[in-house]
Design a protein around this ligand. Structure first.
Ligand code: FES
Ligand code: FE2
Length: 451
């Protein structure tokens, strides 16, 4: 106590240069400090006593809060987890006012590789989230080298048309309005019906014949609006079947990313069996295993095995087994059956110890080397909390691939080894989605929609 008092004296001597400053003597100041310290001590003691006395209630309240939060995000307000393009794979660029410019320059300088396949393969591509397109709603999206207007008629049907009005070129997706099943241009109020034909013009008795806007074949599946893109102008070469499970399973949220890579690179990841144990082994629970490999046994790690098989049509099948292992103990066995449907759609059925989850992935080319990738989660009601959790967990696994994609280039003739035979098979299979009039990569780069 004496030494404490001595310390207080020393401090006061240092900062109070005379015995009298602003009317206070050193003794006054000392008494004031001591009384404040006493008060603080008494207050802290009382709070700690209260916490101790009511600890079980407090623990219960915290547990209840988290339980309610999980239930709310699982059943009422599903998680939408989005990351900015600059957040993944650019950690080596320090924060600062020039960061975006440096990333943009790195992207411009990135080599695209030789013999890069056409950037927009033929197939179905997701252009909007079904639940975000309300009746009478209008959206605008630039994808597949197109400017598109997406709208939902008052009849509840989602439709997609080219963005530009054939009259004077106003963009229907920006300020267009919906009337019945038609989209109305904001500039002179021309209306276009469901097949894109102009159906009325204000002040004109008959709509002009032969005037129409291109409309896109559209379907809604897995919580998204898809359009059929085909360089030859053909009708859809396949239909995407509805999933009977989704009649009773609920939507549990989604993660969304923008990736700088050729579209083919994303599904190729499924056939690239060798990368699984290189990229996806480290535990999601802690990054410590990455820094200190000796800790891997204690923290645990993900163990994978996979097969990839092409089918004789527009689909390919992958089977994947996942185990989370700590030492020799297997804490999380998950079987995944993956169906790749065309170039831009994948369905992953996860059989987990707590129930099934469907992950529906869409890949949509926003530009020749820029993809929007979304994973939507669905599950039965009883498994909703786990499916909601997987929005972030699956996203964290996927981000490890994005780190690679965002700075890699396409290699048309890789140095294949034995373990890469499925990559070669994948490329042969994927080639079916390019056709005679597929726009070449370098030509597509002339488009102002490029990265
Ligand atoms: S520009 Fe669309 S109606 Fe005139
Ligand atoms: Fe991967």
């Amino acid at each position: 106590m004496e030494s404490c008092s001595q310390m207080t004296d020393d401090v006061l001597d240092k900062y109070l240069h005379s015995d009298c400053q602003n009317g206070f003597t050193k003794q006054h100041v000392k008494e004031m400090i001591v009384s404040y310290l006493n008060l603080t001590f008494a207050f802290t003691l009382t709070v700690l006593e209260l916490i101790y006395e009511y600890s079980s209630y407090i623990l219960l309240a915290v547990a209840l809060y988290f339980l309610l939060l999980i239930l709310y995000r699982s059943y009422v307000n599903p998680i939408i987890f989005k990351k900015e393009f600059t957040e993944i794979g650019f950690e080596h660029i320090p924060p600062g006012p020039d960061r975006d410019r440096i990333i943009s320059r790195a992207q411009t300088a990135k080599k695209i590789g030789s013999k890069t396949p056409p950037p927009f393969p033929n197939g179905w591509f997701a252009v909007a989230e079904s639940r975000e397109l309300k009746n009478g709603g209008v959206l605008s999206i630039d994808a597949l080298g197109q400017n598109l207007c997406i709208y939902r008629g008052e009849d509840g049907v989602a439709r997609v048309v080219d963005a530009y009005c054939p009259h004077l070129g106003a963009n229907l997706g920006i300020a267009g309005t919906v009337s019945g099943s038609c989209i109305e241009c904001p500039f002179h109020k021309w209306r276009f019906g469901e097949n894109g034909a102009c159906v009325s013009v204000p002040g004109v008795e008959h709509a002009p014949k032969g005037v129409s806007i291109k409309h896109w074949t559209t379907v809604e599946r897995d919580g998204a609006v898809w359009i059929w893109y085909d360089a030859e102008g053909r009708d859809p070469l396949w239909v995407v079947p509805e999933l009977p499970e989704l009649k009773s399973w609920g939507y549990r949220g989604r993660n969304e990313y923008v990736v700088s890579a050729h579209i083919q690179e994303i599904p190729e990841n499924g056939a690239d069996v060798a990368h699984l144990n290189a990229v996806h082994t480290m535990s999601l629970l802690s990054g410590l295993g990455e820094k200190y490999p000796l800790l891997n046994d204690l923290i645990g790690c993900h163990v994978w095995s996979a097969t990839w098989t092409r089918n004789e049509d527009h689909t390919a099948t992958m089977t994947l087994t996942h185990d989370y292992k700590i030492m020799k103990f297997d804490l999380g066995h998950v079987d995944v059956k993956v169906t790749q449907i065309g170039p831009g759609h994948v369905r992953l059925f996860l059989s987990t110890p707590v129930g099934p989850i469907l992950v529906s992935q869409s890949v949509t080319p926003l530009g020749p080397n820029l993809q929007k990738v979304i994973h939507r989660m669905f599950s039965p009601t009883y498994n909703a909390p786990f499916a909601a959790l997987s929005v972030k967990a699956e996203g964290a696994m996927f981000e490890r691939d994005i780190v690679i994609w965002n700075s890699k280039r396409f290699v048309s003739a890789p140095a294949y080894v034995k373990t890469d035979k499925t990559i070669r098979a994948f490329r042969n299979w994927f080639a079916q989605f390019y056709s005679e009039n597929s726009i070449p990569f370098r030509e597509a780069l002339q488009n102002p929609l490029d990265w």
